[in-house]
Design a protein around this ligand. Sequence first.
Ligand code: SF4
Length: 228
Amino acid sequence: MSDLSRQLDALYAKVPATRCAGSGDCCALTNEEFDNDYATMFPLYRVEYANIVAYVERYFPPERRRELLKFTEERPRRCPFLGADHGCTIYPVRPLICRTYGGMNAVSIAREVVRNQGVLPNGEIRAFARREAGMVCPRVAVTEPEKVAEHARMLIEGIYERELQRLSMEVEVADVERKGLFRQLTGKKNWPVYWSWGGFNALRFSSLEWVRQHFSAYWKKAELPDAG
Ligand code: SF4
């Protein structure tokens, strides 16, 4: 395991563990969600992308590996890692967004709002309450309640995001030649800090010829990369 993977795991360990009914509903979009610009498995930070690529290359059979690494749909209706049995096929390395989904409920959100009032800025507490309310799931139960207070504080203070950004700065999506092409075609100095599985794949695993001929149009239509 690389040092970056270890640091990522240490961060993920701060998230309270959950038990999920396993319907797979949050890993695929309804037509309405799709039309309202929702996305599954998003945001995917570049360090998380690299971590998942390493897992796929190590544990998946060749045909499935090829299929996943060639996947370039930026905002698919169904997460490419959702298994036929509605389970997550990359569960040990799933990104932060999938770990935090359903980790708070109406009661714990209200309790953490009160706990942090007067301690942390009101605007950040309100943003936390709004965001988490949108991710409540009645089919998810928290099995490590002792972690919730600290988890909520980290969410309010944006500590997870800052740490994922910091770790992502140490990760290259692809080699120097592709980075040069990316800069030339997009005018950006560096890779996106977060994007989607398909977006990062388009950069890293598409043929150089495809990148030269088609990446510019792909980028113009892209909806999910960070400002960069
Ligand atoms: S990575 Fe796993 S948990 Fe996350 S959306 Fe995909 S299938 Fe679901």
